[in-house]
Design a protein around this ligand. Sequence first.
Ligand SMILES: Nc1nc2c(ncn2[C@@H]2O[C@H](COP(=O)(O)OP(=O)(O)O)[C@@H](O)[C@H]2O)c(=O)[nH]1
Ligand SMILES: [Mg+2]
Length: 357
Amino acid sequence: MQDENAQKPLLETPLAGASLAGISSAGTVPTIHPLAEALSSGNRRALAKAITLVESRRADDADKAQELLNAILPFTGKSRRIGITGVPGVGKSTFIEAFGLMLIAEGKKVAVLAIDPSSERTGGSILGDKTRMMELSRSNHSFIRPSPAGQTLGGVARRTRETMLLCEAAGFDIVLVETVGVGQSETAVASMVDFFLVLALAGAGDELQGMKRGIMELADGIAINKAEESNRAAADRAAQHIRNGLHFATPKYDDWQVPVLLCSAVERNGLEEIWKTVMQFAEGNPARITQLRRSQAVRWMREAVNDGLQRLVEREPELRILKHLLEQRVFDEALAPSSAASQFLEALEDAWRKRVE
Ligand SMILES: Nc1nc2c(ncn2[C@@H]2O[C@H](COP(=O)(O)OP(=O)(O)O)[C@@H](O)[C@H]2O)c(=O)[nH]1
Ligand SMILES: [Mg+2]
């Protein structure tokens, strides 16, 4: 199919100078074309539109989304991706506002993606975040996208990864992903960023409140927030406490010792130090990021395959019913989970054989 858009000159954009062949060869839906182009010119409305497309649950949107992602893929990967987690109230949104503004003052473009597992239920926290990031959201060099959690964690994570790529194609140098320290969302976010920052609080001996063991092992850096002068001594103690605790955690990298820093998001103190740490992490060993991103890509693919397999099963009425019946029998304690699983897998294999033959 000839697409006349393919001949149109590009704007001065990150896409400029690159061939559009990749885009047009994927092009069965011509509307993707202008969207990819607008996106690459850093148009924030186009970015918002692209994200909506990627987040859509409609089957026909899924194809368009895939096409768009294929088109922009060569223009992704250049940002510094930072995940930020911590218990609700630790100050993530306030921190992101301050940190984002600091980066913008250094000439960067900053995108913020907030994953909030509770937002779909309460609807409240996202508004809270918006007001907390008021100054940042007014900047021309920022883009803030709160993502309500989908029904599955995998779904949330998948869309966030894709959204991150869209932001990169739109020219954002830094992508900050905020996640509430609840459930498995940290693991999901940690598996899509370069640097995973855990915010913590100094408290009366309960420094480890939000620091579930698993989180310590995901962290590339830890910062005790709300460490204002009046709270300094407690914050120092908390930092020491966490450093001690880290000795017992399995290190993520042999050549990276997880730093425990202090900051105050409200007073905007300690932020440069944190940024320096992120830079050190990324630049001290560039191969680390390359390796990390490659294994993240493989993990992403595996998750997509697993999701796809589940959807395939759901689409086969017989298998779907069998799965449901077996689940019911397991629930009724009439069948052991492992034998239900084997029965189901056998049925799956039979169905597969019949197809192939
Ligand atoms: N004293 C102090 N309060 C802070 C600091 N950072 C955030 N807060 C306050 O802590 C509360 C929760 O902050 P928020 O950013 O919404 O936390 P989140 O739930 O982790 O996103 C708000 O009332 C903030 O004003 C800080 O550095 N120092
Ligand atoms: Mg928040």
